[in-house]
Design a protein around this ligand. Structure first.
Ligand SMILES: CC(C)(COP(=O)(O)OP(=O)(O)OC[C@H]1O[C@@H](n2cnc3c(N)ncnc32)[C@H](O)[C@@H]1OP(=O)(O)O)[C@@H](O)C(=O)NCCC(=O)NCCS
Length: 176
């Protein structure tokens, strides 16, 4: 049985198993997602599943249907800084992505006691900044031509949440 990381009425977040990788690779290559995330090989995904600094996660909905996946890195960070490397949701605009972020922030700050949660996304990914802002992330800046991928340079935007941001907002909202 795959370990469940967090769950709510709306979603479950559990560790990815090798047999989930067909779903993961198909989703990240889907026309709706492929320009916004890197495409990894099966071996790259397996390394993330097996890595001791990384988590590879499957998100399922209330009917136990797989509706997305996420990757995080930096579990062993001495700086107490964890990276949400990727989140992809298949059934978009149903609040699943926001629910994932709500539970993931709870996990990172209240259970792992990290100081910082950060992420980056492609500048060309126009809609996603508003999504992260609405979910509490603060823009740090832009890193120009950070990656060379599929014959072009990719500029990225970095956003983050510090533990004080989290405890001043989400945590208070829960009535703590
Ligand atoms: C970004 C993403 C994870 C959001 O998941 P979701 O379940 O649709 O999110 P929610 O339903 O909680 O929120 C929807 C919001 O996301 C925004 N959004 C961001 N990217 C989007 C996309 N590619 N397609 C549709 N909506 C997107 C919508 O505009 C909407 O914002 P609004 O409410 O202001 O209109 C999802 O759209 C996705 O998988 N995108 C492609 C992969 C990606 O860009 N991942 C992030 C970089 S790693």
């Amino acid at each position: 049985m795959a370990k469940i990381l967090k769950s709510s009425k709306k979603i479950n977040i559990r560790e990815t198993q090798e047999k989930d990788l067909e779903f993961v690779i198909k989703l990240e290559g889907d026309v709706e997602n492929k320009d916004n995330v890197f495409q990894y090989t099966k071996d790259q995904h397996k390394d993330i599943i097996e890595g001791n600094d990384t988590l590879h996660l499957i998100i399922t909905n209330e009917n136990n249907k797989k509706i997305g996946y996420a990757i995080t890195a930096g579990l062993n960070s001495k700086n107490k800084s964890i990276e949400l490397k990727r989140i992809v949701i298949s059934d978009k605009n149903n609040g699943y992505g926001s629910e994932f972020l709500r539970l993931f922030k709870e996990y990172v700050f209240e259970e792992l006691h990290f100081h910082k949660l950060w992420l980056d996304f492609f500048l060309s990914n126009k809609k996603v900044e508003a999504f992260y802002t609405r979910n509490g992330f603060i823009k740090e800046g832009v890193i120009r031509d950070r990656y060379f991928y599929k014959d072009k340079y990719i500029t990225i935007v970095v956003m983050s949440i510090l533990e004080e941001d989290y405890y001043n907002t989400d945590y208070n909202r829960k009535g703590n």
